[in-house]
Design a protein around this ligand. Structure first.
Ligand SMILES: C[S@@+](CC[C@H](N)C(=O)[O-])C[C@H]1O[C@@H](n2cnc3c(N)ncnc32)[C@H](O)[C@@H]1O
Length: 471
């Protein structure tokens, strides 16, 4: 499931890894147990530590995706002591995530190009390389400062890594906080246009005073990023952050990227996965739909809010040439999985002040016209549903696509389910037929006689199943 969820504790890469697993204890800790070169090792992790270690998983995944060419990031690799190669599915998930965050950052920089001064505040920054990317890619950004906030333990580690890397350190200007400075001071790194702050985001008063003390300005255009962060906080606490940001930053955009829609099979497995790692998704049940997320911000006074699931984002905000470039990077055929994953993550932009006058998440000019994206399964509207006879066994699957090919026949392709006693990708075609008002007769590929099956390039292509997720 970590493959599908794309985010999680880095339990596969424990010290001297040969193999490891996570065992949840009844008092809420998890034990990470593994066998490595040094023999058996075991770590007792409490919930806060588990949430922090989701950052390790993200960082390794970003390094892997960048080195496979999915996006340009010459700096993330300086935040890991070893690398690993993630699967193409994880690469694709991180790629669309990076595209979304980059899109929002670029939009903000473009929309505030005439402002004399602007700020980016990254909440739960982990080891993200944003400051270095912005400086490295575009040169010193005129009058732009970046603040990053995470738990003290995380930002102290980040500071250490910055100090140890010449490539990173050389991009910082006028560092005024010495390395290894007072552990009690919230400002862990202070430089001309980059600051690292160690604060628990659930304590909004401490967050406010650490930012104020380090010179943040409440009145100038500010981009607030929360990339897979609020989901790990109690919804009332993350609500306080949204509230606080709305009241303090008068000209701002708040960007959220995280999970939603916990109620289908994929969503339930996703929720269980994070629960088992002791980093539960705390707000996904309270704000399960895109509309709930949008309302959450509007009700807290944000003037404008736009939210897209990642299939919608990809379809409208990623250029056709970029999609083609990504297709050429490595072999990939797990489109149903990717499509499912993308229908459980969203990008949201809430705005206020003058920034609310400009729409966010604007489509790229060059939008593909030769494929259609269907609405996600979460779309609203009433449909008539009827239970199938238990004798229809071939449809016990998820992530599939069904299509009414005639009034009395439904063709189903793809998805995952039981195949010879194993949970696996299903490759058969399934035809469900209506006979005397009952949808009870089924035919699968193995029984097909005179049906015509289009085949191309060694894999079976069905337009009905693929038209919504790939060209
Ligand atoms: C999945 S990581 C994402 C890191 C980074 N935003 C990225 O996308 O690479 C989640 C981060 O949120 C941080 N986080 C979660 N809850 C937090 C809290 N209450 N206070 C500060 N940081 C928090 C974790 O420590 C972790 O670094």
């Amino acid at each position: 499931m970590s493959e599908r969820a794309g985010e999680g504790t880095n339990f596969r890469n424990g010290p001297g890894f040969h193999g490891s697993c996570v065992v949840k204890l009844w008092w809420g800790h998890v034990l990470q147990v593994g066998i490595g070169q040094g023999g058996l090792w075991m770590t007792n992790m409490k919930s806060e530590t588990c949430v922090q270690s989701t950052n390790d998983f993200s960082t390794l995944s970003k390094v892997s995706a960048a080195s496979a060419g999915y996006f340009t990031d010459d700096f993330q690799k300086h935040f890991v002591s070893r690398t690993c190669r993630r699967s193409p599915l994880i690469h694709r998930g991180y790629c669309v995530r990076a595209q979304a965050i980059t899109h929002c950052v670029n939009e903000f920089l473009q929309d505030t190009v005439d402002a004399p001064y602007r700020q980016v505040l990254s909440l739960g920054c982990g080891f993200d390389s944003l400051y270095f990317r912005v400086c490295g890619r575009m040169g010193v950004q005129r009058s732009t400062s970046i603040w990053e906030v995470d738990f003290p333990a995380v930002v102290h580690r980040k500071r250490l890594m910055v100090d140890q890397s010449q490539a990173l350190k050389s991009l910082l200007k006028n560092i005024t906080s010495p390395a290894g400075s007072d552990k009690k001071d919230a400002v862990v790194l202070d430089s001309q246009d980059y600051r690292l702050i160690g604060v628990d985001l659930t304590d909004v008063v401490a967050l406010d005073s650490a930012l104020e003390g380090s010179g943040i300005r409440w009145d100038c255009p500010t981009l607030i990023l929360a990339e897979v962060v609020l989901c790990y906080m109690d919804p009332a606490r993350s609500g306080n952050v949204i509230d606080w940001a709305g009241q303090r930053f008068l000209q701002s955009r708040f960007v959220v990227y995280e999970q939603f829609f916990p109620d289908d099979a994929f969503g339930r497995v996703m929720v269980d996965h994070f629960e088992s790692l002791n980093s539960p998704l705390c707000s996904v049940g309270v704000y399960p739909q895109l509309l709930d997320q949008e309302q959450r911000f509007l009700q807290k006074g944000w003037q404008r809010c736009r939210v897209l699931d990642m299939n919608q984002f990809s379809a409208s905000c990623v250029s056709e040439s970029e999609k083609l470039r990504i297709e050429s990077l490595e072999p990939f055929d797990e489109f149903e999985e990717l499509h499912l994953k993308c229908s459980h993550y969203f990008i949201l932009v809430a705005s206020q002040g003058e920034l609310a006058d400009i729409p966010a998440l604007r489509p790229v000019a060059e939008i593909s016209t030769d494929f259609t994206v269907l609405p996600t399964p979460a779309s609203s509207g009433a449909i008539l549903a009827r239970l199938l006879s238990p004798a229809v066994r071939g449809l016990r699957r998820f992530g599939h696509r069904s299509c009414l090919v005639s009034p009395q026949s439904v063709l189903t392709t793809g998805g995952f389910g039981d195949g010879n006693g194993k949970h696996q990708r299903l490759r058969d075609l399934h035809l469900l037929l209506q006979e005397q008002d009952a949808w009870s007769r089924e035919v699968t590929t193995s029984q097909w006689g005179n049906y015509y099956v289009p085949q191309a390039g060694g894999i079976i292509i069905y337009k009905s199943s693929l038209c919504d997720c790939q060209r």
